[in-house]
Design a protein around this ligand. Structure first.
Ligand code: ATP
Length: 237
């Protein structure tokens, strides 16, 4: 299989703190792949670098063979790398519909946008029911659905998610992850960054474990889930 995304030797620093210390990973077309690790391990920083939101100090990020490290964020989004940010970043004083429409603001294909909106509302019936509600009045789970729906309206070729499980009850997390699986089955490639190691490895074909800015383990999702080092450190023995 060919890699859709290939990252080599990526380093990112905030002043003297090197948050990402030379990591390699890739994402193949059609799969769900995950980067898991504890709070502060460097997961968010890695995602921010993919989207050009923090500069890479060294290394390369290639999407379909094209180098992204020197492109501005909007060019990266245009190529199809769309991110669902940590903490959801929805606009609380706008309605659900307005938030979703924002996802499509760079597009001109009105008819296709309407079709995509319908698909997103089918995927998330809760959003359909609350289409004219203020986004700020949604539950945490609904806000996460909205953030994912908004990203889908940008027509991603690779969907990047930063801790979609954050702050959500276990049942809601399961619901969100089941939807990610469904989106993936419909053909979208997903790269997921998570602290919820169990859930992430369950849905990912392949995963990486990051500790203090370095990838320390990698393997098939099921293999990592059964690895004693992963069980001890992340799955509660
Ligand atoms: P989290 O689950 O908290 O998002 P993470 O694995 O995503 O954790 P990062 O947010 O990438 O980790 O942080 C990696 C390291 O970089 C941490 O030591 C953090 O304190 C540091 N860091 C993150 N953002 C900044 C910043 N803007 N300025 C300085 N240091 C930062």
């Amino acid at each position: 299989m060919t890699a859709l995304l290939r990252v080599e030797g990526l380093r990112v620093a905030y002043g003297h703190i090197e948050a990402v210390q030379g990591i390699d990973f890739e994402v193949e077309s059609g799969e769900i792949r995950t980067l898991v690790g504890a709070n502060g391990a460097g997961k968010s920083t890695t995602l921010l670098a993919l989207s050009g939101l923090v500069p890479a100090k060294a290394g390369s990020i290639r999407f379909e063979g094209e180098e992204l490290t020197r492109l501005p964020t909007h060019r990266i989004v245009e190529r199809g790398l769309v991110q669902v940010a940590e903490g959801r970043a929805i606009l609380t004083t706008l309605t659900v519909r307005e938030n979703l429409e924002l996802g499509a603001y760079r597009r001109r294909d009105r008819g296709a946008i309407a079709g995509d909106l319908e698909r997103v509302l089918n995927l998330f019936p809760r959003l359909h029911d609350r289409i004219d509600a203020m986004a700020g009045n949604l539950s945490g789970g609904e806000q996460q659905m909205l953030a994912i729906g908004r990203a889908l309206l940008a027509r991603p070729r690779l969907l990047l998610l930063d801790e979609p499980s954050m702050g959500l009850a276990p049942l809601v997390v399961q619901d969100i992850f089941a939807t990610l699986r469904r989106i993936n089955r419909d053909g979208l490639t997903v790269f997921l960054v998570e602290q919820n190691v169990r859930q992430a490895l369950k849905i990912a074909r392949y995963g990486y474990v990051i500790e203090s800015g370095k990838v320390v383990l990698s393997g098939a999702g099921t293999t990592l889930m059964n690895d004693p080092r992963v069980i001890d450190a992340y799955l509660g023995g």
